[in-house]
Design a protein around this ligand. Structure first.
Ligand code: FMN
Length: 186
């Protein structure tokens, strides 16, 4: 399986890092300029270390890179976390960076596109943009951790969201306890 993992300048960069750690298969990474800045702000991980978690890392300004073309076949693209700015661009078909172009291509090729927004509250513009993208075939998977698995720390909350992404991709994992009989009896 080949995936494009993209990280934008959104709070919650740790979701993207954890996804890179857990996602199996070939991973191509694209990080927006603001993604690099928020990475610095929110984590102790350097951009170089982040890139080393992927098989290939492409410059977001390089629209000649493989993910810019529909002929470069991927199984899915995940934008995690996904800023509302990127959501707005995608909803209106703007593809002026490798990240937005690759996502736009993923949609037009009818391949799997998973967007993980983290914003609250949401304006009607943001809600409409997300609806538009969902109607165009994208999966909107908000970074919205649950509490029924009784998370004891932030890592467990991050793992819940990343586990939900892996569920969408059909990858088995043990990142959270499922709502099985054990939970019901609890
Ligand atoms: C520290 C920081 C945190 C941010 N968090 C969010 C966020 O959670 N959600 C969001 O939609 N935008 C957030 N933004 C704003 C985006 O970075 C901004 O809209 C930017 O243009 C996004 O560009 P990109 O999508 O190309 O990465 C944040 C900005 C900063 C500086």
């Amino acid at each position: 399986m080949r995936y494009v993992v993209a990280i934008t300048g959104c709070s919650g960069i740790r979701y993207g890092i954890r996804l890179l750690q857990e996602l199996e298969g070939e991973k191509e990474l694209i990080v927006s300029d603001m993604g690099r800045r928020v990475l610095e702000h929110e984590t102790d991980i350097s951009f170089k270390e982040l890139c080393a978690m992927a098989d290939d890392a492409y410059d977001d300004h390089d629209l000649f890179a493989p993910p810019a073309s529909g002929t470069h076949v991927i199984d899915a693209m995940i934008v995690c976390p996904c800023s509302q700015s990127t959501i707005a661009k995608l909803a209106s078909g703007v593809s002026d960076s490798l990240l937005t172009r690759a996502a736009s291509v993923t949609l037009k090729e009818r391949r799997r596109l998973i967007l993980v927004p983290r914003e609250t509250p949401l304006s009607t513009i943001m809600l409409e943009n997300e609806l538009r993208l969902a109607r165009a075939g994208a999966t909107i998977l908000p970074a919205s951790p649950a509490f029924y698995h009784e998370p004891r720390n932030v890592d467990m909350m991050i793992d819940f969201v990343v586990g939900k992404i892996l569920d969408q991709l059909g990858q088995e994992h043990e990142l959270f306890k499922r709502w099985d009989e054990e939970c019901l009896l609890h």
